[in-house]
Design a protein around this ligand. Structure first.
Ligand code: HEM
Length: 221
C-alpha cells in the first residue's frame, strides 16, 4: 500500500458510488406517488409482493453462504425478512395469498440476478445484501410511517412488518457495525470495484421494478 494515498473506507466508497442512483430510486414516480399518499393499498400490496421474490432469493441463498469468508459475516438472522413479508401478504391478500403471487418481469430479472450471485459470487451477494438491508433499516422506516398513515395499518403491525426489525434494538448502532463489516470485507481493490459496480446494478434493478409498477399504477388525472 502506498502510504501517501488516502484510503477511502469501503463503506464510504459503496455509499458514494450509489448516491446518485439512490436519489433516482427515491424520487421515482412510483415511490413519490406511493409516499405521497396518491396510490391505493393495491399498489402497496403489489410492491410488497415484488419484495417477496427479491427476499426469497436473498434469504434462500443465505444459509449456504453462512460460512463464506466474504458473504458469511453479513448473513445475520435478525435481518431476515421473509417471514415478515409472509405475514404482511397474508394480511394484505388474505389466506390464499400464495396462489396469487406473480412476479413482474423486472422483479424476475432482479431476483434471478440475486440468486445467481448467491450461487456463484459471494462479493456480488454482498452488493445486493447491502442495497436492500441497509436501505430497509434507513429509508424503510420512512416508508413504514407513510404506509401506516395512508392505509391505516396498525403501528408496526400486520401490513408493515417487513419494515420492523424486531431483533434490532438500535438500528443506528447496527448500521455502524454493518459498515465496519463492509470495511473489513476480505477483498482486493479490483474485487471491491466489482462489488461497487454490482451495487449500482442492484439499484438499477430496483428502479426497473419501480418503473414497471409505475406503469401498472398510473395516476388517473
Ligand atoms: C422513498 C424511498 C427511500 C427513502 C425515503 C430513502 C431514504 C434513505 C435515507 C434517509 C437514508 C440515510 C440513512 C442514514 O444515513 O443512516 C438511506 C440510506 C440508504 N438507502 Fe434509502 N431511501 C429510499 C429508497 C431506497 C431504495 C429503493 C434503496 C435500494 C433498494 C435504498 C437503499 C439505501 C441504502 C443502501 C442506504 C444506506 C446508505 C449507506 O449509508 O451506506 N433506499 N435511505
Amino acid at each position: 500500500m502506498n502510504l501517501d494515498t488516502p484510503v477511502t473506507a469501503f463503506s464510504t466508497l459503496i455509499r458514494t458510488a450509489s448516491h446518485e442512483q439512490h436519489t433516482e430510486a427515491e424520487t421515482s414516480t412510483f415511490m413519490s406517488d406511493l409516499l405521497g399518499g396518491r396510490l391505493g393499498v393495491d399498489a402497496y400490496t403489489r410492491y410488497t409482493e415484488q419484495l417477496y421474490f427479491v427476499y426469497a432469493a436473498l434469504e434462500s441463498g443465505a444459509r449456504e453462504l453462512a460460512g463464506d469468508p466474504v458473504a458469511g459475516p453479513f448473513v445475520q438472522p435478525e435481518l431476515m425478512r421473509l417471514a415478515a413479508l409472509e405475514r404482511d401478504l397474508e394480511h394484505l391478500r388474505g389466506p390464499g395469498w400464495r396462489s396469487t403471487l406473480a412476479a413482474l418481469p423486472a422483479t424476475r430479472a432482479y431476483a434471478d440476478r440475486v440468486a445467481e450471485c448467491a450461487r456463484t459470487w459471494p462479493g456480488g451477494y454482498v452488493a445486493h445484501h447491502y442495497t436492500r438491508y441497509l436501505g430497509d433499516l434507513s429509508g424503510g422506516q420512512i416508508i413504514r410511517d407513510r404506509a401506516e398513515r395512508t392505509w391505516g395499518f396498525a403501528r408496526k403491525g400486520d401490513g408493515v412488518r417487513f419494515y420492523v426489525f424486531e431483533d434490532i434494538a438500535n438500528p443506528a448502532a447496527f448500521k455502524r457495525a454493518y459498515r465496519e463489516l463492509l470495511d473489513r470485507v476480505p477483498a482486493d481493490d479490483l474485487e471491491k470495484q466489482r462489488i461497487v459496480t454490482e451495487c449500482r446494478q442492484a439499484f438499477a434493478l430496483n428502479t426497473a421494478v419501480f418503473r414497471a409498477l409505475g406503469e401498472e399504477f398510473p395516476l388517473s388525472a
